[in-house]
Design a protein around this ligand. Structure first.
Ligand code: GTP
Ligand code: MG
Length: 293
């Protein structure tokens, strides 16, 4: 089973992966059980550890130059339930126009064949710039320009064409998780407006005329995080407070039916579902608010 982390360059995929996999390796408690996911490849485990250690020492990772593949095992109370693989792409390929970019994009569509959920990381900075100045706090309003807003809206719109292409290639509507990254930069009202804007700018994803399953959540890797010339300032939070566990668990949840019906898999499904509280993640089906079952 594959989990594809999609998002334009700089949306936060690699930092997210380092943080989320560190949190999931330690495990999340639910109903007296621990759900965890650990890297099943020694070399990649070292790479992930180095990534989060570097962030903890105050340095953001550099932009990805190639796609990285990380195999994991999902575990309940330390017992392996099933394997899965996370793909961390080079976001620049998605809206790049070179032949190499086009070839790389073809490659990612191949990996989609084995994934029954697409996780799209939507850059929080982009959402902030795409919002109408009227809904922004006075401090954020100062940074708005017409050109930046237009560019940001185009970037969000681009997701729509990506989803459309995925659905066409897979001949069905694939469940989607939209994760707004960098939620620490928003005031609560702004984040709510950002979620509304996402629905407005992605009409086919939230259309009443299809049956698409969509989750929306907002994630942050900490508090008051900033990047000055690659230096990380602020507080990294290596726990579930910033919702980092949710996108990966949502993707696993959507895939679980295809894995089999043994007792451990079913238990994993029930435990994961308990983590989806409505103040952390919202679901839509055919454009309407839905409850996950
Ligand atoms: N405030 C804040 N900034 C974040 C957060 N996560 C990531 N960032 C910023 O986003 C930048 C880009 O993150 P990356 O993970 O490298 O982005 P990417 O999507 O992997 O980009 P490519 O590798 O080019 O596709 C980081 O260097 C940080 O400055 C967050 O939770 N909060
Ligand atoms: Mg990256």
């Amino acid at each position: 089973m594959n989990i594809c982390l999609l998002g334009l360059s700089g949306s936060g995929k690699t930092c997210y992966l380092y943080t989320a996999t560190h949190v999931l390796a330690r495990g999340v408690e639910v109903n007296g059980h621990i759900i965890s996911a650990t890297s099943s490849n020694r070399q990649q485990a070292v790479r992930l550890n180095k990534g989060i250690e570097q962030m903890a020492s105050g340095i953001w990772p550099e932009g990805s130059v190639t796609t990285m593949t990380y195999p994991f095992d999902l575990k309940i109370d330390g017992k392996s339930v099933f394997p899965f693989t996370i793909y961390d792409y080079r976001g620049g390929m998605l809206n790049g126009l070179s032949d190499e970019d086009q070839d790389d994009v073809e490659e990612i569509f191949d990996t989609f064949e084995e994934s029954s959920c697409i996780v799209i990381l939507v850059d929080g900075d982009t959402i902030m710039q795409a919002l109408e100045p009227g809904v922004l706090s006075p401090t954020h309003r100062q940074n708005v320009s017409f050109a930046a807003q237009l560019k940001a809206r185009n970037e969000v719109n681009y997701i729509e064409s990506l989803v459309k292409e995925c659905n066409e290639r897979m001949s069905r509507n694939v469940p989607i998780l939209l994760a707004i990254t960098k939620s620490d930069i928003f005031f609560p009202d702004e984040l709510d407006a950002g979620k509304r804007l996402l629905k407005e700018l992605l009409p086919s994803v939230f259309s009443l005329r299809n049956d698409m399953i969509v989750g929306i959540t907002a994630i942050t890797l900490g508090e008051d995080l900033h990047n000055e010339c690659g230096k990380l300032s602020g507080t990294l939070c290596l726990n579930t407070d910033g919702n980092v566990h949710l996108p990966i668990l949502f993707a696993l949840f959507q895939n679980i039916d295809e894995i089999g019906e043994d007792a451990d898999t079913e238990e994993a499904r029930l435990l994961i579902r308990k983590l989806f509280s409505s103040n952390k993640i919202n679901f839509y089906r055919g454009g309407k608010v839905a409850f996950i079952v």
